[in-house]
Design a protein around this ligand. Structure first.
Ligand SMILES: *Cc1c(COP(=O)(O)O)cnc(C)c1O
Length: 407
């Protein structure tokens, strides 16, 4: 085989990346070679504790033997068949999602390949109400395709591509009165994340989600919960909105669902909403392919067999207590739920902490200038997580205060 020469050092690989890849992600920090459990190794052989898990994706850890076995078995049978046909993996995963979501009779599943595609499906679903106004929250992140991008709030993501889908209104996140004011008889849907991940791990309180349910129902608008980051056990419940006791009209999933294999999904709740999209009105070549669905089935099974919902909840609480126990004035506290967490810093030094952490062998994410996001595998142990808590004061020590930074 005529394989291209591949670079053998981090530096050479990153230099080649710069020559060959579109620069949309900036310069990657590392070239990763392999993973196992909660650890990753770079091309130089250096080991890192992965506290980000591919941004809430690798929920059952790297190289999970049960996930690898399920994907390998499926790959040996068939990878893809087209949506003229179905497979037991596809039907099986739909069944499991409807079960763990406790969706009412008549609910349905649509499979896509990514989060933004799940949002696109939900936008089209909402258009079938006959209305066009969509409400989203300030600081929301719903994806990068042009429909989802219109719902995403960050101007730097959105503005270079305007005009986008018209009719989108952003309201302050968590403000019940503002939502009540915005939702009217023209409103097709309100899209909301139960925890705003990209905004810095900001949780909606249960009262807000319940009010959103009441306000949208009263106006005949859909409530669409974006659980792309929060779903699949991340917050200690199967889906984060379940804690509020609400039933949405639709839910979007992706990230953790395939444990690393690309897959997205939209659940539609109840027969009426599920009848909005009919044969021919939506589709995707790869959506619901047996490989991705076999991965999703394995993920659901592993989470249940290993009690990872309880584990995520307990470990998240332990982490917040342990960080508080450091009693470090440079740390304001911990936000989030389950294993979707942010360490909030007194100063806007998250980028420096991120770099220092990487040098010390920890992969985290500077999600906001003053916040470090953690979204590790749900299989991470307390012992592993404790190494980061123990390292935090020294990481903060290693950061030189620079001129003009608030102290
Ligand atoms: C990541 C994310 C998306 C977009 O998912 P992609 O798979 O990157 O397209 C949408 N919504 C939320 C809440 C996300 O975290």
């Amino acid at each position: 085989m005529n394989a291209p020469a591949t670079p053998t050092t981090n530096e050479a690989a990153l230099a080649e990346y710069q020559q060959e890849l579109l620069p949309v992600f900036g310069q990657p920090a590392l070239v990763i070679e392999r993973g196992d459990g909660s650890y990753l190794w770079d091309l130089g052989g250096k080991r890192y504790l992965d506290l980000l898990a591919g941004i809430a994706v690798n929920v059952v850890g790297h190289n999970n033997p049960d996930l690898v076995a399920a994907v390998s078995k499926q790959a040996g049978e068939m990878l893809h068949i087209s949506n003229f046909f179905t497979s037991r993996a596809q039907i099986g995963l739909a069944h499991e999602l409807l079960r763990v979501s406790a969706a009412p009779q008549g609910s349905r599943v649509f499979f896509a390949n990514s989060g933004t595609e799940a949002i696109e499906a939900a936008i089209k679903l909402s258009r079938r109400t006959g209305r066009t106004k969509i409400i989203a929250a300030e600081r929301a992140f719903h994806g990068r395709t042009t429909g989802a991008l219109a719902l995403t709030h960050k101007a730097a993501y959105r503005e270079p591509f305007e005009p986008l889908l018209p009719g989108v209104v952003h309201v302050p996140f968590g403000d019940i009165d503002a939502l009540a004011e915005a939702v009217d008889a023209d409103t097709a849907a309100f899209f909301v994340e139960p925890v705003q991940g990209e905004a810095g791990v900001i949780e909606a309180d249960a009262e807000y989600l319940r009010a959103a349910r009441e306000i949208t129902s009263a106006a005949g608008a859909l409530l669409i919960i974006d659980e792309i980051q929060t779903g699949v056990g991340r917050t200690g419940d199967w889906f984060a909105h379940q804690r509020a006791g609400i039933v949405p009209d639709a839910m979007t999933l992706a990230k953790g669902l395939g444990g690393g294999v690309p897959i997205g999904a939209m659940l539609t709740y109840g027969p009426e909403v599920s009848a909005l999209l009919q044969a021919g009105q939506h589709g995707t070549t790869f959506g619901g392919n047996p490989l991705a669905c076999a991965a999703g089935l394995a993920v659901v099974d592993i989470i249940e067999r290993h009690g990872l919902l309880d584990h995520a909840r307990e470990l998240g609480e332990w982490f917040a207590d342990a960080v508080a126990g450091l009693d470090d004035p440079r740390i304001v506290g911990v936000r989030g739920r389950g294993l979707l967490l942010a360490v909030v810093l007194r100063d806007e030094v998250s980028a420096q902490v991120n770099t220092a952490a990487r040098e010390a062998g920890f992969i985290v994410n500077a999600v906001a200038p003053d916040a470090i996001r953690l979204a590790p595998a749900l299989t991470i142990t307390q012992t592993e997580l404790a190494t980061f808590v123990d390292a935090l004061p020294a990481l903060l020590d290693s950061i030189e205060p620079t001129e003009g930074q608030p102290r």
